[in-house]
Design a protein around this ligand. Sequence first.
Ligand code: NAD
Length: 336
Amino acid sequence: MRAFRYESLPGRVVFGVGASRTALAEEVTARRVLVLATKRGLPLARELTAPLGNRVVGEFTDVREHVPVEIAEQARTHAKELDADCLLSIGGGSTVGTAKAVALELRLPIVAVPTTYAGSEMTPVWGMTENSSKRTGRSTDVLPELVVYDPALTTDLPPDITATSAMNAMAHSVEGVYAAGANPVSSLMAVDSVRALATGLPTAVADGSDLTARTELLYGAYLAGAVFAVAGSGPHHKICHVLGGAYGLPHAATHSVMLPHVAELMEGPALIPVADALGATTAAQGLRELATHVGAPTSLVGIGFDKRKLGEAAALVAERVSVSEVDIRSLLAAAL
Ligand code: NAD
């Protein structure tokens, strides 16, 4: 076996159907909790935090995708005014992203209860958007100290969000096997994550209330986030970042479209266990078949990309990845 470095990250995970109904009361010891949720997610957040009683001192619901800096500032001001000592995020990647933006400056602990498969709750990566450009960084200050995964909270996710969000998680695990920080431990997690996501996804899309499938998916998403946190990412994430930032394409859907194409480009020994976990001859084939089977987006034009921008996009992407502009152009053309 080759030599490797593996730095595991701190954090406590409680996983299980119904965990959100028990773990918050048992594990949250903070006295002044600020709850973050979307307006749509607020009734659920109130239900789950009811056992904390008057230890919940406030709510922040102005959550937006990609955390605009002005929203982050509002959330920080709110946390300061309330003298909060804990940020409790109940929601998807946008909600925990808002909590991270607050924690980055105020150094408050985060408790996260994820309701999608984005996986941000497992990572020390934060992101904020200003003038349509996204800044990201790493800080263990934003890594949640407790994550409560409850598959029962994901049964309301509609089929389209289920599919795109799970393909977003899949992208973390697929890239995790060849990313710069990949190591034997993170690769074990990555391959089991691919297996779990591929097993759960078709059933969860057909019947969102199937808790066995939802459990597989959330477990796969948890592992995917943990892999992304330690192994990092590769060209796929850079391509999605450029396309999302420059053309306003939706985050998870862009991952879904691009992943089979990048897997084809990166095909090699590291991706063989991924192909096996997908039950396919190659990772690219397995990912393409899975995305098609569950109706996840497979076309850039289909998610709002203007095909006349192909040349410009290829040049922009080529500045960021060590792949030639010609190869990027044909990759994007295939994804159109
Ligand atoms: P999101 O939080 O915006 O949620 C997507 C949609 O799902 C929203 O419309 C939301 O209202 C809805 N939703 C959430 N939970 C639901 C539920 N249980 N039932 C029904 N609908 C529900 O987006 P996301 O895809 O979870 O996360 C994407 C964001 O996370 C992006 O900003 C991305 O950059 C970030 N992200 C960050 C990291 C990181 O490590 N920092 C990792 C992955 C993603």
